[in-house]
Design a protein around this ligand. Sequence first.
Ligand code: IMP
Ligand code: MG
Length: 196
Amino acid sequence: MPQQDHKSVRTAGSASSRPGRELLSRGRIARRVAELGDQIAARYDRGELTVLVVLSGAVIFAADLVRRLTVPVRLEFADLHSYPGCSTRSQGIQAGARLPQSLGGRDVLVVDDILDSGQTLGWLLEQVGRQGPRSLSACVLLRKDRADLRRRVEADWVGFDIEDLFVVGYGLDYDNLYRNLGGVHVLEPGQREGAP
Ligand code: IMP
Ligand code: MG
C-alpha cells in the first residue's frame, strides 16, 4: 500500500530533489527488523548484551532492533567516519574514530546500517576483538551485492541483500541528509551533487 510520506518521492531529478525510487518500504523494514530482533533475542537469552551501534547510520535501525531484545542491553556507540561528506564509496576509516574501551569480557553485538566493502566492519571487529570480549557478532540491516570484490568479513545477521546502489533513508545518509526517511530509497547519480 503506498504510504503518505512517500507521495512526493520522485524517480529522477536534480541534486536538490528528493531521493528516487523506494527500495524498501517502512513496513517491510519493520517486519524484517522484528524478525532479526527475535532471532537475536533467541541467541542471547540470558545474561546481558552490549550493543555497539555504529554512528550515525545505524542509530535508527538499532533503536528499533534493541527494543525487540529481551535481555538487559547496554548501548555503546562507535564514532567512525568512512564516508565523509558527499562520498559514495568508502574512504577507509578516517582519523579520529572513537570506540568504547570497556568491551572486554562482554557479549558484544555490533550493529551497522550497511555492509558495502566491509572495511568498516572488518576494522571494527578487529578493534573490539583486541579488547577480549566474551563473544562478538555483527548485524547489518543491508548488504550490498559487490561482485567486484571479495569481502574479508561477514555479518552474522543480515536484514536485506540489495544491489550495488547508493541508498538513503532509515538512518542512511548522503552528506548527512535523508536519514529521517521511513523507507530505504535509491539515490540516483544525478542527485548526488559533489560526489567523487
Ligand atoms: P564499507 O566500509 O565500505 O563496508 O562501508 C560501510 C559504511 O559506509 C556504512 O557504515 C555506511 O555508513 C556507509 N555506506 C555504504 N554504502 C552506503 C550507501 O549506499 N548509503 C549510505 N551509506 C553507505
Ligand atoms: Mg556507517
